[in-house]
Design a protein around this ligand. Structure first.
Ligand code: GLU
Length: 319
């Protein structure tokens, strides 16, 4: 969808640029957003919200929307899930504007980036196990506890002192003292896989992503990614973290739980529910494509609810 074609009339165009000036939409002709699912199961309502949210932001800005399969965690991968997610997205009217990037095919680039970080003194080998770090609350104290051994080490990023802060388009200001709250973190795992934090930064930059819209469970990963971008001299994207869909017990929906997977054969009910979840007004169009088009026209990001901080904090413990 080109920037020129997306307004019905002059009034709508003015309204859009008025919103841009007020900061509702980023002012850019080159907006590039993305959806980056891990193929750990079928698309569920929570990931549909992230897909739709990122798609709406991108389309409302006249920008592009890319899909990337984040399949570095081979243990959690479910065979066929990547294909299934892409087919489900297509049934919902959302397809990548460029070839889908697959992280497992990009290890050489990640390894090259790790080498650079190591050479520049930002990353170091670490033999510490989870058990070793238990008495530090799981936070690496910047001095390794375990001595080098014959086991393959992980690589950690030196976070140094200081607070990393950014302004999230939905959640507002977010600050994190990395040394205190996270510690030196793993960017290359002992099992030989590149860690999420490094791969995501490399790929967002490689794909020229200007705006990252994703679930609020990743809000507290963002400062780690900002630090990596700074150390690698990469541009910093804008961020919007969407509220998380929770199950009846208040837990984040999981792709492992088939009960919450969305029905590709009948996309409208889930699309309507996802729009409502994002605070957007109800629509009664009877075709997904039509519904999406109208949703883009009426999209108002200020209606998206801000996540409660405990939801984001829940991820603090995971790598
Ligand atoms: N692959 C991650 C997930 O499925 C999302 C990563 C991101 O959007 O940065 O939870």
């Amino acid at each position: 969808m080109g920037a020129a074609s997306r307004f019905q009339n002059l009034h709508e165009r003015h309204r859009h640029f008025d919103r841009c000036r007020r900061g509702t939409f980023p002012v850019t002709d080159t907006y590039r957003g993305r959806f980056a699912p891990s193929p750990t199961g079928r698309l569920h309502f929570g990931s549909l919200v992230a897909a739709l949210g990122s798609w709406l932001f991108a389309r409302a800005a006249g920008g592009q929307w890319l899909v990337r399969i984040e399949d570095l965690d081979r243990e959690r991968e479910v065979p066929g899930a990547a294909r299934d997610i892409l087919a489900t997205l297509a049934a919902f009217g959302m397809t990548s504007d460029e070839a889908v990037l697959v992280q497992s095919e990009r290890t050489a680039l990640y390894a090259e980036t790790l080498r650079r970080l190591g050479t520049d003194g930002h990353a170091y080998r670490c033999w510490c196990s989870r058990a070793d770090l238990e008495r530090y609350g799981g936070i690496h104290p910047a001095q390794c506890v375990a001595a080098p051994s014959s086991r393959t080490p992980a690589w950690r990023l030196r976070v140094g002192a200081g607070v990393v802060a950014f302004d999230d388009a939905v959640c507002g200001r977010f600050e994190q003292d990395l040394a205190v709250e996270v510690g030196d973190f793993v960017i290359w795992r002992a099992d030989g896989a590149c860690a999420y934090q490094l791969a995501v930064v490399v790929d967002d930059a490689a794909q020229g992503i200007t705006d990252i819209v994703r679930g609020a469970d990743l809000l507290d990963s963002t400062p780690r990614q900002l630090l990596l971008q700074r150390l690698l001299g990469l541009p910093q994207p804008r961020y919007a973290h969407l509220p998380l869909a929770l199950d009846a017990l208040g837990r984040k929906l999981s792709k492992h739980d088939a009960a919450h997977s969305v029905d590709a054969a009948d996309p409208l009910p889930a699309l309507r529910a996802a729009l409502a979840f994002l605070g957007q007004p109800p629509r009664d169009e009877s075709k997904p494509e039509r519904l999406l088009l109208e949703a883009v026209r009426a999209f108002d990001p200020t209606r998206i609810a801000r996540s409660e901080p405990p939801i984001a904090a829940a991820r603090n413990a995971s790598p």
